[in-house]
Each structure stands twice: as structure tokens, then as C-alpha cells.
Write a protein that binds this ligand. Structure first.
Ligand SMILES: Nc1ncnc2c1ncn2[C@@H]1O[C@H](COP(=O)(O)OP(=O)(O)O)[C@@H](O)[C@H]1O
Ligand SMILES: [Mg+2]
Length: 335
């Protein structure tokens, strides 16, 4: 049998959606091998994170998809257990950090992911802010993730971004997580090792603020492509951002650059920039952190509203586009 047939079966399985996520078996990297012999397709699937009650259903879907391929009359499916970590293939992993909370770190993480997704990329968000998870709210998500003994499936956002957050796992959205460092580190490690992310172009990690155990765990556990530090003009000292950046350097993680959030207020109608918190500290901060200024985001009431409504994915602006471009350039650049 020609390789062409096998390739067509691969393509057919690219149309079979994994229950619980909006992405296909191929995108989730669950198809391990396909062999076609005497018009019979032998398909090996990883059953990772797929609840047992879905196996039969999935098997049926796969068999009928394979049979649609010319030259294939029959198909058999074998499931194998594989660890999520072995199936995850992620091109770029970007972590967003800040010296303190409330500067718009989650917002920047959410906007970056949304922008990448809009460009047609496969994107995930790992909300590592275990005690203050805010990503699901910005994306309007409150579905409980499914999974099996072998792994957890992320939740798909409206535009198909894979999201994993402690918030999705808590009994109630308002539940506070009061955990000590080691437990928090364990949760983050699990989000990395036990979640089936599949094949992604970008994974954006929303780090907890500051330089405590949790961001350290991420830097030690996850092979980051780089970090971005967010600050606001209210950050009176450069120290707080510098400390975060220094920590990344110490951990041998590339610093892609800094972003000034709430940099100015765009006056409605006129387009005039009002620097509410005083003049921009962008260049100063960039210099102090020895990293490029990736851009400045304005205080935008429309953005605040979209976040409250769970519609962050709808937000676009020139300032955001410029930041995303600069992030992509920084990721390409050599250290
Ligand atoms: N540029 C902005 N324009 C309007 N609202 C913003 C902006 N940046 C942040 N906010 C709002 O401020 C709050 C805090 O932002 P968030 O990203 O959750 O901070 P952090 O993750 O750093 O703690 C959010 O409710 C968000 O909607
Ligand atoms: Mg946050």
C-alpha cells in the first residue's frame, strides 16, 4: 500500500475532535502510528487524558473516518497509555511575570494568547497563578476539565485556546486557595506534566506575582523560551521589576522584554494620550532591566469591560499589535 493512503488517514484523523476539547486527535498528538496493509488501517492511539467512557465512541469515530479514505475498507484501533509529557510538543513557551500583583500581568498573558490565536496559531494558557487565578474569568470559562488516570484535558476558549487554571478545578469560582509553597509548586508541576497540551505553537504562562517559590518552580520545571515583565507607571521604584528580571537571569531564562501597562489614557474621540500616572517609565525600566521595551498598553475602559464580560479575545488595538510583533521578534532573536 502506498504511503499516500497512510497520509490520507492521518488527514482524516485530523478531522476527529477529541471529546472535551475543540481540537483534533492529531492536534492533541494522540495519533501514534498508522499503518495500512491490504486495505486495512492499523491505528495506534494514545488514550492519554481520555475518560474511559469515551474510548468506544472515539474508536467508532476513528474507524469511520479511516473508512472514508479510498483504499481503506477496514480499520482497527489500539489504545496505548502514554504520559502527557511525552505527547506535548510546544514550540514557544512564554511566561509573563511582574514584581507585584494588580499590574495587568494576567491581562497581558490573555491578550498575547488571544493575538497569537487570531493569527491562526495553536495556543495554550497555563495559569500558574494558583492562589489568584484570573484567566478563566477573562475568557468567560467555567467548565470543569475532564481527564483520566493518565492526564487532564485543558478547556477550550471561544477562539480555541487551551486553558488550564486552578480556578477551573475548584468547587466554586470564588473559592480561595490557601496553600503553602510546596503544594503550590506541586500544582504547577502537574499543570505542566499531567495536562495534555498536544501540539502548540505557543504556550503562555501567567506566573504568580513576585519572586517567590511559585515563579521559581516554573522556571525550574518548564523549558521557557523567555519571560516578559509587566509593570505600570505607578511602580515607583525600578527595584521591583529589576528583581523579577534578575531572578529570570539567575535561572538562565531569557528576558524577552518589558511591557508598561496602564501607561496612558486614550482620550475618547480625540485620540490624545493622557499620562494619568505621570510620564512613561518605559525606557527607564527597559534600561534598568537591560531588556527591550516591548510596548505600552493604555488604560482602556473597553478592555476592562471585555475582561469583565469574559470576552478578552475580542480586544484588538494598534498598541497590542505592536507588542505582539515585538514579542515575536524577541523570540526569534538570539540571546
Ligand atoms: N490596560 C488596562 N486597561 C483597563 N483595565 C485594565 C488594564 N490593565 C489591567 N486592567 C484591569 O485591572 C485588573 C487587574 O489586572 P490583572 O491582569 O488581573 O492583574 P495581575 O494579573 O497583574 O494581578 C483587571 O480587572 C483588569 O481588567
Ligand atoms: Mg493575575
Amino acid at each position: 500500500m502506498s504511503d499516500g493512503t497512510e497520509e490520507q488517514v492521518w488527514r482524516a484523523l485530523g478531522q476527529v475532535v477529541v471529546p472535551g476539547v475543540m481540537r483534533s486527535l492529531v492536534q492533541m498528538n494522540l495519533v501514534r502510528s498508522i499503518e495500512v496493509e491490504d486495505s486495512r488501517a492499523k491505528i495506534a492511539l494514545a488514550s492519554t487524558a481520555i475518560p474511559a467512557e469515551h474510548h468506544g465512541w472515539l474508536q467508532g469515530k476513528v474507524i469511520s473516518a479511516a473508512r472514508e479514505v479510498p483504499g481503506v475498507t477496514d480499520a482497527i484501533v489500539a489504545f496505548a497509555e502514554t504520559k502527557p509529557k511525552e505527547l506535548n510538543q510546544i514550540q514557544q513557551i512564554v511566561a509573563v511575570m511582574s514584581g507585584k500583583g494588580g499590574v495587568g500581568k494576567s491581562l497581558v498573558a490573555g491578550l498575547l494568547a488571544s493575538s497569537f490565536a487570531r493569527e491562526g496559531k495553536d495556543v495554550g494558557i497555563l495559569d500558574a497563578d494558583i492562589t489568584g487565578p484570573s484567566i478563566p474569568k477573562m475568557f468567560g470559562l467555567n467548565v470543569r476539565p475532564s481527564g483520566s488516570e493518565t492526564g487532564i484535558l485543558p478547556i477550550s476558549s471561544k477562539s480555541g485556546i487551551e486553558v488550564m487554571s486552578m480556578n477551573l478545578l475548584l468547587p466554586s469560582e470564588d473559592e480561595a486557595v490557601i496553600w503553602r509553597g510546596p503544594l503550590m509548586s506541586k500544582a504547577i508541576t502537574q499543570f505542566w506534566e499531567d495536562v495534555l497540551w498536544g501540539k502548540l505553537d505557543y504556550l503562555v504562562i501567567d506566573l504568580p506575582p513576585g519572586t517567590a517559590d511559585a515563579p521559581l518552580t516554573v522556571m525550574q520545571t518548564v523549558p521557557l523560551s523567555g519571560v516578559i515583565a509587566v509593570f505600570t507607571p505607578q511602580d515607583l521604584t525600578e527595584m521591583i521589576v529589576k528583581k523579577a528580571v534578575k531572578m529570570a537571569r539567575k535561572m538562565d531564562v531569557r528576558v524577552l522584554g518589558v511591557i508598561e501597562n496602564m501607561s496612558y489614557l486614550l482620550l475618547p474621540g480625540t485620540g490624545e494620550k493622557l499620562e494619568v500616572f505621570g510620564s512613561s517609565k518605559g525606557e527607564e525600566m527597559a534600561k534598568a532591566s537591560e531588556a527591550p521595551l516591548l510596548g505600552r498598553l493604555p488604560i482602556d475602559p473597553q478592555l476592562a469591560r471585555l475582561c469583565d464580560e469574559g470576552n478578552i479575545e475580542k480586544y484588538r488595538s494598534d498598541a497590542l499589535s505592536e507588542i505582539v510583533e515585538n514579542v515575536v521578534v524577541a523570540l526569534k532573536g538570539k540571546e
